[in-house]
Design a protein around this ligand. Structure first.
Ligand code: MG
Length: 157
């Protein structure tokens, strides 16, 4: 078995689409980033690569590469999954936490899990995504940032 963790943070700014876990959520701000700034997909990509010992998201998709400008982060996740499968790994389960003051994620968690289940080819009961606020403190609490933390477990075939 192999375990991996991923972490990501993006600043929230006006005039950016708010995309999280591949779901576009109506809000007056969105994550600043070279790609679409999907923190959850970025953290999952890093957790998968980390567990497999295959480096990190920046090594494959540098934010200096114009190809990834405003790119959908689902592409990064799909590529990481392909690398895992090519290297003989299977995902056992995934557990993630999104730290975000607003908007409330509860109405979107089901759709996010469905997206993940499809991309990772993993049954939904092996995927868990939790949402927490920043309790009004720190950059999350002040609504300045969105953070994602993810842990995955792989088996080596
Ligand atoms: Mg990122």
């Amino acid at each position: 078995m192999r375990i991996g963790q991923g972490y990501d943070i993006h600043k929230l700014v006006p005039q950016r689409k708010f995309v999280l876990g591949g779901v576009e959520i109506p809000f007056d701000k969105g994550p600043l980033g070279h790609s679409d700034g999907d923190v959850l997909f970025h953290a999952i990509t890093d957790a998968l690569l980390g567990a497999a010992g295959l480096g990190d998201i920046g090594g494959y998709f540098p934010d200096t590469d114009p190809r990834w400008k405003d790119a959908s982060s689902i592409h990064f996740l799909k590529e990481a999954c392909l690398l895992l499968y090519k290297n003989g790994f299977l995902i056992e389960n995934l557990d993630g936490t999104v730290h975000l003051e607003r908007p409330k994620l509860a109405p979107y968690l089901k759709k996010i899990k469905e997206n993940l289940s499809e991309v990772l080819r993993l049954p939904a009961d092996r995927i868990n995504i939790k949402a927490k606020t920043g309790e009004g403190i720190g950059e999350v609490g002040r609504g300045e940032a969105v953070v994602a933390q993810v842990i995955v477990l792989l088996t080596d075939q």
